[in-house]
Ligand binder design. Structure first.
Ligand SMILES: [Ca+2]
Ligand SMILES: [Ca+2]
Ligand SMILES: [Ca+2]
Ligand SMILES: [Ca+2]
Length: 549
């Protein structure tokens, strides 16, 4: 078997060489122009094959392009990372792999097929990692991030550096390397905040948060954006008090579920506020849930039965001070079960997800009895809300360690992000914990500089790494900047990135009590009003703290 590999041929040279080879191989009755992934195409009889690996393991679903064939053909790697082009004719070819958020080494290979199969055309793939700030001279904060279908990212938060006055909703569309594709502000003269963002089935985006730019008090604000950031529709929801949204998700009917808090409706002080709206923002149902004290929802998620799971906090029910509060709803907002989780001090839930076993994972913070330090709280619940296990993660006395975001990972474990002042910087570093299904720690890292840093949201990315959004006062253009970290599957950003630190937390058993609370959802009289802002382009300064490769 003969095989030659060249790395420096341009496509033009390949075409020229193939013209010459046509003359050379005319007696064989074949020319470069064959090729295909299993199809007989052009009459060639040879195969080009290889394997693509990442971290030693085969990488599936890599698009591999063979140019020099006429027409250019593509194939994808199988579950073991193998690929093959069959029925290739003699000639010169260039093989180029591509997959969002990966860099390949070499970036392409040139091969010469001459009366023999060509094997061993292997590539190694490395996950793209980076840490970047986005902002202006004032406070710029990220509250939510999601990976988009093209492998890039959508970030929502608030900016005081740009826009129409006070804070404006700020949405940044990033590519896989963290380059800004577009950035826009939305708002009026009041405070306008984006708390939650999701890509929608039509390729656009849904953003929920709050606005005080219309009519004085604060209202829930929902913006439906097109893929380019222009506004499809915009509506505010509420009553005479303050109404805020912390979480939104698209539902299977194309509409949306929105969760937050209200002082306009329900029992006294704050109540949990839920809105089910259709794909145009019209209200389908609206309910409040709560007792005589503060009751707030921080996170809502669809469940596999078509209903919803809601997590937040309550001072109306439970063991004392604030307790974490979780309730399961059917599709119409009726309570299926409801439980508080707590002890005598503050116990907080910020993020919930249904898990693959039908249960739930909840994260937040807890202050153990007799302590004045806060630790990360993780509750694994059964499908009926009973506690399967509960653990805390934290450091020294008098410090604050809190988790704001959780997601089940592809290996059945969980990724958790928040803030720690026990490890890294005393003023607070971003803290990310990768735990196993039983709560034991796989790895843990801090990310920060000399001033305070905090993460609000984390998601696993399609390459097995993670995307983290939050804020930093350590880096950027002034005051807080939006901080986005693209991590590899072990939480690293290349090697030797100075913002990455190690922490040494060990899981501790917790002893929170689950109690059944007793609310019924109350239909509110919240109204929807159309708002009329325009999307404005902003001009963030971007700084890169680390990037690899
Ligand atoms: Ca504003
Ligand atoms: Ca209340
Ligand atoms: Ca409590
Ligand atoms: Ca700033």
């Amino acid at each position: 078997m003969r095989q030659k590999t060249f790395h420096s041929y341009s496509l033009q040279k390949i075409i020229l060489l193939n013209l010459l080879l046509c003359l050379l191989f005319v007696v064989l009755g074949s020319c470069a122009g064959g090729g295909g992934d299993g199809d007989s195409n052009g009459g060639g009889q040879y195969a080009i094959s290889g394997r693509i690996t990442s971290g030693g393991a085969g990488l599936a679903q890599v698009t591999v392009t063979l140019t020099g064939a006429n027409p250019t053909v593509t194939t994808t790697t199988d579950a073991q990372g193998n690929y093959q082009f069959s029925n290739v004719a003699n000639g010169f070819y260039e093989i180029t792999p591509s997959k969002a958020t990966y860099i390949f080494s070499p970036s392409s290979r040139t091969v010469f097929v001459t009366n023999a199969q060509v094997t061993g055309q292997d590539f190694t793939a490395t996950v793209v990692t980076w840490a970047r700030t986005y902002g202006g001279i004032d406070d710029d904060l990220a509250h939510s991030i999601q990976q988009t279908a093209d492998g890039g990212f959508i970030v929502a938060g608030e900016t005081f550096s740009f826009g129409e006055g006070n804070s404006d909703v700020w949405v940044l569309r990033l590519d896989v390397f963290g380059n800004i594709q577009w950035e826009k502000t939305y708002g009026g003269s009041g405070y306008d905040v984006g708390r939650s963002v999701q890509q929608t089935a039509d390729g656009g985006f849904i953003v929920a948060g709050e606005t005080s730019s219309f009519g004085g008090n604060t209202e829930v604000w929902v913006l439906k954006l097109r893929a380019n950031g222009d506004i499809d529709w915009q509506k505010r929801y509420g009553g005479s008090g303050d109404d805020l949204a912390y979480s939104i998700q698209q539902t299977s009917d194309g509409g949306y579920i929105v969760a937050g808090e209200t002082t306009s409706f329900g029992s006294s002080d704050k109540d949990v506020f839920l809105l089910k709206i259709n794909s145009y923002g019209s209200i389908e149902w609206r309910k409040s849930y709560g007792g005589g004290d503060n009751d707030v929802a921080k996170s809502v998620q669809l469940t596999s039965d078509g209903g919803f799971i809601v997590a937040g906090e309550t001072s109306s029910f439970g063991k004392g001070d604030i307790d974490a509060w979780v309730f399961k709803l059917d599709a119409d907002g009726r309570v299926v079960w409801q439980k508080t989780y707590g002890d005598v001090n503050d116990d907080l839930a910020y993020s919930i997800q249904q898990t693959s076993d039908g249960g739930y994972i909840v994260v937040g913070g807890t202050t153990p009895a007799g302590s004045n330090s806060k630790d990360v709280l993780v509750l694994k619940l059964e499908a009926n809300g009973e506690i399967e296990w509960q653990k805390t993660y934290g450091g020294a006395f008098d410090t604050e360690d809190v988790a704001y975001s959780v997601q089940q990972t592809s290996d059945g474990g969980y990724i958790i992000a928040g803030i720690s002042s026990s490890f890294g910087n005393f003023f607070g570093d971003i803290w990310v914990l990768k735990i196993r299904a039983d709560g034991e720690i796989d790895w843990q890292h801090t990310y920060g500089g000399n001033d305070s840093n905090s993460a609000t949201f984390i998601r696993q990315t399609s390459d097995g790494g993670f995307i983290v959004a939050g804020e930093t006062y350590s880096f950027g253009a002034g005051d807080a900047d939006v901080w986005v970290l693209k991590l590899d599957p072990n939480g690293n950003i290349g090697s030797g990135c100075a913002i990455v630190g190690d922490s040494t937390a060990t899981p501790a058993g917790a002893s929170l009590t689950a109690l059944t609370s007793s609310v019924n959802g109350t239909t509110s009289t919240a109204v929807a009003n159309t708002t009329s802002v325009s999307a404005n382009n902003s001009s963030a300064s971007v700084a890169t703290q680390c990037s690899s490769p």
